[in-house]
Design a protein around this ligand. Sequence first.
Ligand code: NAD
Ligand code: TDX
Length: 334
Amino acid sequence: MRMLVTGGAGFIGANFVHLTLRTRPDVDITVLDALTYAGTRASLDPVADRITFVEGDICDADLVDRLVAETDLVVHFAAESHNDNSLADPWPFVRTNVVGTTTLLQAVRTHDVRYHHISTDEVYGDLELDDPARFTEDTPYNPSSPYSSTKASSDLLVRAWARSFGLRATISNCSNNYGPYQHVEKFIPRQITNVLTGVRPRLYGTGANVRDWIHVDDHNDAVWTIVERGELGRTYLIGADGEANNRTVVETILELCGKQPDDFDFVTDRPGHDLRYAIDSTRLRTELGWRPTYSDFRAGLTATIDWYRTNEHWWRPQKDVTEAAYAGTERVTG
Ligand code: NAD
Ligand code: TDX
């Protein structure tokens, strides 16, 4: 089978390529990635001779049409993915997440290719900290940020193409991922690399916000489950029951790195900061029989810290420029 992976030089897409080569070595993989600040070929170095890499933009309709014509399956990861960046400048988010997805959908429609759309739980907005509810496939869309609203838009475009044009598509909405090859702008790698470089971790607001953490390999294993056994036209939520507040995550990273658990700073809160995400993945588990394998968040974090410790050459080039951008908006508050 031939597969086109968009955004395969980014965090989740690169891990998806690695997992696929380990578990489905017969799949013929082409990666399409624009190599924005968030993508690097270094994430694919270990498998460079086993895939075809195309540097290009998902908004380039001619290129996308040519690549889609030559494939059996598209798994679409490419996106602008960071909420803080979307608050500073929403335009790249509208372009890549909305126009880019539409460009892919048109090509997939023309060539009648199976399509899987990668999305986020953030399309559902947020939950109160003390609300026992979790998101399900029936939760109404209510995105908060430019990032999540462009992801919600892209999901709705997929649903429309499936209904109006019979697109053979599935959608997954996953919770917060962690693991190797994640850009240091994101919460967990930022705090790990801060500690590794002698800088205090930085918690937005009070650190009470809750995220539902899943190891990236569990996310990608669920994606394969949906691609292989999911019902066309359907949405599946992916989550591993990994709720934790940000302060607890930082304290755990500090402890696992041998530091004092209160060795962090509170900084300016993110505008519109979503309080809590929580996924109910019952549909995926009962209908498709999927289960996560990384049930121990501490163990997953320990392995991730080890990865960043031994792969400084991978993250070092991103670190200073990322921190310089944060320094422009962040103030220590406590
Ligand atoms: P990332 O920012 O690490 O990677 C995105 C990749 O897309 C990069 O390699 C970048 O170069 C590429 N890209 C960006 N614009 C492009 C364009 N116009 N054309 C071609 N390539 C382009 O993102 P990620 O964290 O790996 O997220 C991947 C997908 O998973 C996204 O769709 C995101 O919304 C979704 N998602 C992420 C999480 C998470 O916790 N990170 C959770 C749920 C869903
Ligand atoms: O330095 C920080 N301090 C901090 O307290 C950073 C970078 C973040 N945070 C907080 C904000 C969030 O509550 O940590 C939490 C996680 O932040 P991010 O890593 O920016 O993730 P989030 O905004 O939750 O979105 C992520 O999960 C859903 C991904 O970036 C999205 O692509 C995905 O859709």
